[in-house]
Design a protein. Structure first.
Length: 145
């Protein structure tokens, strides 16, 4: 993904920042675990999406009223997200802070960390070797028959 606009200047920039905040927050391992454990996943996801939309619009200079109107929520809900009083608001703010530290570059780790990947590759390699031996034995047995 190209550089994310940290101070959106128009609707397109707002959408880019909003999408980056949503993806950057949703794909965090701690957030994925929390969503898996959440009883009401749709409410949880909705809160994250609203918090991301609110923060993107706030960074673009929108008023609280305009943000609430665009997102179809009360000013109180938007204020709670923006001040970090909600879990979703806090998580989205952390994602934004990480974007700022990275200079607007969104870095997502979709696969598990390096050690886990190496362990999985070793296991796959081991299983491929076993499969090769089984195939050879099966081929040998079929030729004997």
């Amino acid at each position: 993904m190209s550089e994310v606009p940290l101070k959106p200047l128009g609707k397109e920039d707002i959408r880019k920042l909003e999408l980056s905040l949503i993806l950057g927050t949703l794909l965090r391992p701690d957030v994925m675990d929390a969503i898996r454990k959440a009883e009401d996943k749709l409410t949880w996801l909705d809160s994250l999406i609203i918090a991301a939309g609110a923060l993107a619009r706030e960074r673009a200079g929108y008023s609280l009223g305009k943000i609430a109107e665009e997102l179809g929520r009360t000013e109180s809900t938007i204020r709670n997200h923006l001040t970090g009083r909600t879990e979703a608001g806090r998580l989205v703010k952390e994602t934004y802070d990480n974007l700022v530290k990275a200079g607007g570059r969104l870095e997502l780790e979709v696969l598990p960390g390096g050690k886990e990947v190496e362990e999985l590759r070793a296991k796959v390699s081991e299983l491929e070797e076993k499969l090769k031996k089984v195939k050879e034995t099966l081929s040998s047995l079929l030729q004997s028959l």
